[in-house]
Ligand binder design. Structure first.
Ligand SMILES: Nc1nc2c(ncn2[C@@H]2O[C@H](COP(=O)(O)OP(=O)(O)OP(=O)(O)O)[C@@H](O)[C@H]2O)c(=O)[nH]1
Ligand SMILES: [Mg+2]
Length: 333
């Protein structure tokens, strides 16, 4: 019987959960995510069956997975909620995963509250879930990759909110197609961002809280000019779009959603989406494997390059990333 939100005592029937999630029943989606969060070894076969079924029957390649990241307090949750509003106006079905670095629930609850304020409370075309960040896994929790797979099977767009950028293999760029990096409207923050060499990470850059006026305009100008200089110096084809946004007033939010749509259309048009996802999933799987079996495990498995190659091949054959991890790991035990 349903109703259990969190730690269900038995892993649950993955076929029934998949069917309920594919109907986009909120309780079905919630229980499917709870299943992928279940760390008990006896839950694994059910997790893998669920993910395989969702991959086979879900939206898969037509869902755009978007990461939204940036420093604490930059306004990610507020911006995510404004993006959800804009996406709903465009008729999209949206899943949101808020990965909260500090407390297990507050970030998601906050985002949930904002989303509920911004939206029709009866709108079940938006699903919001929070997840505690995994202290052991860089920015994201162990189950975040699988949770994104669940959400992307049943939504047009999945937004993943995380704090901090460019930390490790297990960062948000390995579970999403597009990464938006939000920075504070203050010069110091722009410089810090540039110094930290984080320009490889974003596909779209936003200076948020643009409603603050002058500081945001200055930050925007600095960032554009720094990017222009870098591009000229490195001969890069093009830097990410830089936008001014405000989650509070929704300024720039339609343009941000446009930028995301354009990027996704380009990934689909040039055929790079699936290869990119496979590479990203393998990088994610590698990070998880290294966390679980350590550097020595990686060595015993033949080293990083060989391992990543095998993980990528397994994922290419249709294995969920998390299944590929444990298949490799079982050979180390
Ligand atoms: N002026 C202004 N303030 C904003 C805007 N967006 C958020 N804020 C304020 O900034 C603070 C942080 O907003 P959040 O949306 O929770 O920021 P966050 O990046 O999700 O924060 P963490 O998840 O805790 O890292 C709150 O006090 C918001 O009211 C904005 O567009 N303009
Ligand atoms: Mg937040």
């Amino acid at each position: 019987m349903g109703g259990a939100r969190g730690g269900v005592s038995a892993p649950g029937d993955p076929e029934a959960l998949a069917a309920a999630a594919l109907r986009r029943a909120p309780a079905g989606i919630a229980r499917a995510i709870s299943l992928v969060e279940d760390r008990r070894p006896e839950a694994r076969p059910a997790v893998w069956r669920l993910l395989r079924r969702l991959a086979a029957e879900g939206r898969g390649a037509s869902c755009h997975r978007v990461g939204l990241t940036g420093p604490p307090g930059v306004g990610k949750s507020t911006l995510a909620s404004a993006m959800v509003g804009e996406l709903r106006r465009r008729g999209r079905v949206v899943g949101v995963l808020a990965v909260d670095p500090s407390s297990p629930r507050s970030g998601g609850a906050l985002l949930g509250d904002r989303a509920r304020i911004a939206l029709d409370p009866g709108d079940d075309a938006v699903f919001v879930r929070s997840m505690a960040a995994g202290g052991d896994l860089g920015g994201l929790s162990r189950a975040a990759g699988s949770a994104v797979e669940v959400l992307s099977a049943v939504h047009d767009v999945v937004l993943v909110e995380t704090t901090g950028v460019g930390q490790s293999e297990t960062d948000v760029e390995h579970v999403t197609d597009t990464v938006i990096v939000a920075i504070q409207p203050a010069s110091g923050d722009v410089l810090q961002f540039l110094k930290a060499g984080l320009l490889e990470v974003p596909d779209v850059l936003v200076v948020n809280k643009a409603d603050l006026g002058a500081p945001a305009e200055r930050a925007l100008a600095e960032l554009r000019s720094a990017l222009g200089t870098l591009d000229a110096g490195a001969g890069r084809a093009g830097s990410p779009p830089v936008l001014a946004t405000s989650g509070a007033t929704a300024r720039g939010v339609p343009e941000l959603v446009d930028a995301c749509d354009q990027r996704f259309a380009a990934l689909v048009a040039d055929g790079s989406l699936l290869a990119r996802r496979r590479r990203a999933s393998a990088a994610w799987a590698y990070g998880l494997l290294r966390t679980l079996w350590g550097e020595r495990g990686v060595e015993r498995a033949g080293g990083r390059a060989a391992l990543v190659g095998r993980l990528e091949a397994a994922i290419d054959r249709g294995a969920p990333a998390v299944e590929a991890v444990y298949a490799e790991g079982s050979r180390l035990e």
